[in-house]
Design a protein. Structure first.
Length: 100
């Protein structure tokens, strides 16, 4: 399954980037891929559900092609919708909305 994700600025550093689109794919076995482009830098990485009592929680991390990185934590509220937060290596914070 492929999910669209939208990252909305949550601090002054992120406001310079505006709203950012991302894509999360899920292989339905607790793993998947994560990708986005922020300020011309392409980030790719992995999305994984946490092995806790709630399989709705997960993390998504991406490495940028210019040396930056992004870390996200999210919780799925249903099979196709979720929310979370992402932080860029420069301190920019985003609120993450997963799904359509």
């Amino acid at each position: 399954m492929t999910f669209a994700a939208r990252l909305y600025p949550a601090n002054d550093l992120a406001s310079a980037y505006g709203m950012v689109n991302a894509v999360v794919t899920n292989d339905l076995n607790g793993r998947g891929t994560f990708s986005t482009t922020i300020n011309g830098e392409s980030f790719t990485g992995e999305a994984t559900r946490l092995a806790t009592s709630s399989s709705r929680e997960g993390v998504a991390n991406g490495a940028g092609n210019r040396g930056s990185y992004i870390n996200c934590r999210y919780q799925m509220n249903s099979a196709t919708l979720g929310t979370g937060q992402c932080k860029l290596s420069n301190g920019a914070l985003f609120t993450m909305h997963v799904g359509s």
